[in-house]
Design a binder for this molecule. Structure first.
Ligand SMILES: *Cc1c(COP(=O)(O)O)cnc(C)c1O
Length: 233
């Protein structure tokens, strides 16, 4: 869609495509939550997005998110929003992150899980997390190696203030979204393996502006969409 359409048109267009993708996979569109990725997007546009009904927002940078989350709760105190941390989390930012975010999508080590557990306990909360899995051999991307996933899942189960809510991945960017499909399918299969360890009802956070329909066909329950909602950052 061209950038001169209004935000509400773009969001409606995305909802329609989410529905069609879900139906192609014999899924209910209700199984898919739209996370509006608002990193580098000014507060006015976020307020517009709240006004058209979006409730889940994804941010990548803690410092930026602090201001926005505070501003949003001042402006929109009657509206319950969910904030998702989708960018890499450094150990020294965990305290802030636990205070701010409903779900942390980028858990990729036991050390980080323990740090989250510690701060969540101090704040009297149970922190929802998704394990970010590295499926492609891309050195720049964070995420845990496949082979280490079962051990991390077991270790997280021992932490009282961390709740595993699902898996997340950022596949390589490929021009043809169909080529990303195997990565999404692999994350789905990993979730089956985690179900085999006794978990149920786990989210699959996968799919961005360029490939969310393929991700939904492969089982995504959380799609993280920035550009298609807000335009180019
Ligand atoms: C920026 C970002 C997105 C959104 O990307 P778009 O292509 O703008 O939809 C999704 N997930 C993560 C982890 C991101 O960093």
């Amino acid at each position: 869609m061209p950038d001169n359409t209004s935000l509400i048109d773009r969001v409606n267009h995305i909802y329609k495509r989410i529905s069609y993708a879900a139906m192609r996979a014999d899924r209910s569109p209700d199984e898919v939550k739209l996370i509006a990725v608002s990193k580098h997007i000014p507060m006015e546009a976020i307020v517009q997005a709240i006004d058209v009904g979006l409730r889940h927002f994804g941010e990548s940078y803690i410092q930026e998110a602090v201001k926005k989350i505070e501003a949003a709760s001042d402006n929109q105190s009657a509206t319950r929003l969910s904030w998702h941390l989708i960018g890499h989390l450094q150990r020294n930012k965990v305290k802030l992150a636990v205070g701010l975010f409903d779900v942390i999508h980028c858990l990729d080590s036991l050390a980080l899980a323990r740090e989250i557990d510690l701060h969540a306990e101090r704040l009297g909360k149970v922190q929802g997390v998704l394990i970010q899995v590295k499926l492609a051999d891309e050195h720049t991307k964070s995420g845990i190696d496949l082979a280490l996933l079962p051990a991390l899942v077991e270790d997280i189960a021992t932490l009282k203030h961390v709740r595993l809510e699902g898996l997340m991945t950022i596949p390589p960017y490929l021009d043809n979204p169909q080529e990303v499909r195997p990565y999404f399918r692999q994350l789905y299969q990993l979730r089956e393996a985690v179900y085999g360890m006794g978990y149920k009802d786990l989210e699959l956070s996968m799919g961005m502006s360029s490939d969310y329909e393929v991700a939904i066909e492969e089982g995504a329950t959380l799609v993280r969409i920035g550009t298609a909602i807000f335009g180019q950052r």
